[in-house]
Design a protein around this ligand. Sequence first.
Ligand SMILES: [Zn+2]
Length: 159
Amino acid sequence: MNRKEHVLNAALLSIGLGYVLHPAGDVETFVTIVEVGVPVILGALFPDVDTAFGKHRKTLHNLPVLALFYVYPMQFGNLQYVWIGVLTHYALDMLGSKRGLALFYPYEEEFGAPFGVSVSSDRATVVTLAVTGVELVVAGLFVYREFVLASSLAAIGIQ
Ligand SMILES: [Zn+2]
């Protein structure tokens, strides 16, 4: 996908995550949207740096890069949530275009969904919105699962 779709996806995903994490729609929701939104949008823009440095859809579109952004905050205490932007960039590229990603780079085989639209398609925005919707459902299920688990542990007196 193009930069426009990646920013749209990351911004809507961040707004959705704000409401998934704090559904009240109050100040805490808004603060969460800002807290998550800036790093997620930056993360969503990062993989396409490989259009200038390296091989596009290979050098910065792979699982080792995602793992690096996932563990970086644990080691250094910053760049939280950037991995979400990188992950959603990969999802949009895989599900919303005809070409795959070299997920196991430097192994150069590209993996993608058996469907997708061309990056320049009129339907790119619709696909972007659909992918964002699916991502928010998945995020909601994760949060709900954590809530149920925490409630169950509390009910039996653990935590
Ligand atoms: Zn990309």
